[in-house]
Design a protein around this ligand. Structure first.
Ligand SMILES: Nc1nc2c(ncn2[C@@H]2O[C@H](COP(=O)(O)OP(=O)(O)OP(=O)(O)O)[C@@H](O)[C@H]2O)c(=O)[nH]1
Ligand SMILES: [Mg+2]
Length: 198
């Protein structure tokens, strides 16, 4: 009988009586992308009165039998240099994009490319939320994936999900997929705008 590492881990955890596994998730993205709105949406909180984040917010969300400690870091240009201080022990990187902010697609792509180069994020799965799909000017997730050259991210699992943090549509779908499971191969892009967005 061969025991797979995951099986072994779960046995050890049961022996320790550990009730719930904790995972650290970091939310990054440009200012105004919708990170704090997404955080509040995940915590089932009111999303109507949100102001730009000067530092960071943390919330613990219970989901899929896991305790998710979600860190939402401010995305204003002056704060971005501090992103790297928050990357340790990250189980999942969620990168949020304002799908209607076409003018800044290049900028957000550069920031993503830069931060994923950080050693602390080596091999950490990436979930990109193509947010604000409720806006008529929103670009499709497939278009954004192409703009970000996500297909060149080969050293980690990644996934893009169309969503609206405002309405909540697509948010749970994004979290329930591969991003929270372990050991599955990345799949090709299969969620163009409309199939999972509003
Ligand atoms: N239409 C629409 N607006 C959204 C959505 N998500 C967020 N917004 C709005 O976008 C604005 C910025 O949202 P925030 O959640 O503050 O953005 P952020 O990424 O946390 O910004 P920083 O804290 O500056 O980094 C707010 O006015 C939100 O109401 C969405 O899905 N659809
Ligand atoms: Mg914020």
């Amino acid at each position: 009988i061969t025991l797979r590492p995951q099986g072994l881990l779960s046995v050890i955890q049961k022996l320790k009586g550990s009730p719930e596994q904790e995972l650290r998730i970091v939310l990054l993205g440009l200012d105004n992308a919708g990170k704090t709105t997404l955080l509040k949406c995940l915590a089932s909180e009111e999303v109507s009165t949100i102001t730009p984040t000067q530092g960071f917010n943390i919330k613990s969300v219970h989901s899929h039998g896991l305790k998710l400690n979600v860190w939402d870091i401010g995305g204003q240009r002056s704060i971005r240099p501090y992103w790297r201080k928050y990357l340790g022990s990250t189980a999942l990187l969620i990168y949020v994009i304002d799908s209607a902010d076409q003018k800044r697609f290049e900028e957000t792509g550069q920031e993503l490319a830069e931060v994923t180069e950080e050693e602390a994020l080596t091999g950490v799965p990436l979930l990109v939320f193509a947010n604000k799909q409720d806006l008529v000017t929103a670009a499709a997730a497939a278009e954004i994936a192409e703009g970000l050259s996500l297909h060149t991210y080969r050293d980690r699992e990644w996934q893009i999900q169309a969503c609206s943090a405002l309405s909540g549509e697509g948010v749970q779908t994004g979290l329930s997929c591969r991003s929270l499971s372990h050991g599955q191969p990345p799949s090709s892009l299969d969620s163009p705008k409309g199939s999972t967005g509003p």
